[in-house]
Design a protein around this ligand. Structure first.
Ligand SMILES: Cc1cc2nc3c(=O)[nH]c(=O)nc-3n(C[C@H](O)[C@H](O)[C@H](O)COP(=O)(O)OP(=O)(O)OC[C@H]3O[C@@H](n4cnc5c(N)ncnc54)[C@H](O)[C@@H]3O)c2cc1C
Length: 436
């Protein structure tokens, strides 16, 4: 590690690595600093890595659509083949359940219409035809497991669903980050691990670098906060919180893993299901498993965390409730309560569950934070966005006054980076959940 760089990126998760890669491609001498032992070891390691398009806003769909094409063209994007293996996109399709809370899928469909994402509306009957183990009765709105009405249908049939054929997941999220690290290093980017940033340095009214835990100072005129669930702490160090209308904080979440219903090849025949009716999302998992997360139904309390280095890492009744909820939708789903499998991790949640990709009031200090459990899929597109933003601002553009716009490579759509501003008002079109 040298003592001077053009840009320091705090964090080597998927978004930190993609941001560094794009800057390195543009000729910046970059350094990623991470306090963990390797790339993708933070919250990215826990990601369900679902690649989907249904977001509540057209801008959300546009970024997901753009990101998708990078995953499809992974080797071309990286400009190399990693000798240690390449992460792969696996297509599953998606079944989105229409509910009153999601306004029967209307916002998703109109946003996907704008971007030309193909979908098909399904009746409850057609849903069971598409995935034969689906119970298409309505159970919602979701209640907690100890509610006497839990598990009892509230109608004989769901209001319907939406099938989106282009949806899937990345088979190995950690490997995907390592792929980007290798690609970034090939462009001259550097990485240090087991190294913690403890202060953001300032000189002449702008950022001048960072201080590490062992006292070392690394200088750079550009510092980017991509610290995932620690983003709030880093912004605090930089003293930029007062200049932000939207803030971030860590949210503890659990993901449940269960075997597929016996005799059913869910790995190959299953699909992603986004199911507000039971309050879950799920997808097939390698090894013929079903992976299940929560869509934050109104009846559940959210587990906000003060200290991202100190929280309960054990699976709790949230884990079993997610499985019980899923068992309403997938017939014969085993409920292996004696052998819990799954994980606990943190989202870096913003006030409206939409990320902040922005500059700050401190010149030279930028942030890609508040990814709210739904930005893994967008990471390559976010890398490009951050590089466009930083290059424009460093060339004197006043992004707060006149948001930077650029043309996205694959969708050929103009992207207004102001959508992700720290100064925005809470976006009321958001789902205020992991769906974004
Ligand atoms: C359980 C779960 C499921 C998810 N599922 C999906 C999904 O299906 N699809 C989707 O699109 N998104 C999903 N997400 C969200 C997605 O994974 C994240 O948005 C994304 O991984 C965030 O990447 P990142 O690089 O910003 O952060 P991280 O991967 O968290 O990286 C941040 C890094 O910063 C480092 N750091 C922090 N503080 C310091 C410091 N002071 N000094 C040095 N280093 C520091 C950390 O060690 C960490 O490695 C999910 C997230 C979780 C937790």
């Amino acid at each position: 590690m040298k003592t001077k760089y053009d840009a320091i990126i705090i964090g080597s998760g998927i978004i930190g690595c993609c941001t560094a890669f794009e800057l390195a491609k543009r000729g910046y001498k970059t350094l990623n600093i991470d306090k963990l032992p390797s790339a993708g070891y933070g919250s990215t390691a826990a990601t369900c890595a679902i690649i989907r398009f249904h977001y509540s806003t057209p801008d959300g769909v546009a970024m997901a659509r753009e990101g998708y094409f990078y995953w499809l063209n992974w080797g071309h994007y990286l400009e190399l083949v990693d000798p240690n293996g390449m992460a792969k996109y696996i297509n599953t399709g998606c079944m989105l359940i229409k509910t009153e809370r999601n306004k029967f899928g209307e916002k998703f469909m109109s946003s996907m219409d704008e971007l030309g994402v193909v979908y098909q509306e399904l009746t409850a009957e057609q849903m069971s035809e598409k995935l034969t183990i689906v119970d298409s009765r309505q159970y919602g709105p979701p209640v907690r497991q100890d509610d006497p009405s839990f598990g009892k249908p509230t109608a004989d049939a769901l209001p319907g669903g939406v099938y989106i054929p282009e949806t899937g997941y990345i088979n190995d999220a950690k490997l995907s980050v390592e792929n980007v690290q290798v690609a970034c290093e090939a462009k001259g980017g550097e990485f240090v691990f087991n190294t913690e940033v403890v202060d953001i340095l300032k000189k002449d009214n702008r950022t001048s670098g960072v201080q590490l835990k062992d006292g070392t100072i690394v200088e750079a005129p550009i510092v980017i906060n991509v610290a995932g669930p620690h983003s709030y702490q880093i912004n605090e160090m930089a003293g930029v919180l007062d200049g932000m209308n939207i803030k971030t904080r860590p949210l503890r979440v659990e993901v449940s893993h269960v075997p597929s219903p016996e005799g059913f090849d869910y790995e190959n025949l299953g699909m992603m299901i986004t199911d507000g009716d039971i309050g879950n999302y799920s997808r097939p998992e390698v090894g013929n498993h079903v992976l299940i997360g929560s869509e934050e139904p109104d009846c559940d309390d959210l587990d906000w965390i003060d200290d991202p280095d100190n929280y309960n890492k054990d699976l709790t009744e949230q884990w079993s409730m997610q499985i019980m909820r899923q068992a309403q939708r997938l017939k014969e789903l085993p409920v292996p309560l004696s052998k819990p499998q799954g994980l606990v991790d943190l989202y870096d949640c913003s006030d409206d569950w939409i990320p902040i990709y922005d500059k700050s009031d401190l010149p030279g200090y930028y942030m890609a934070v508040g990814t709210s459990g739904n930005q893994y899929k967008n990471a390559p597109a976010v890398g490009v966005m951050m590089a466009e933003l930083i290059t424009a601002c460093e060339n004197g553009h006043d992004h707060d006054k006149e948001p930077v716009q650029y043309r996205m490579e694959f969708t050929k759509r103009p992207c207004d980076i102001g959508f992700y501003s720290r100064l925005r008002k809470i976006n009321k079109d958001s789902s205020f959940s992991v769906v974004g």
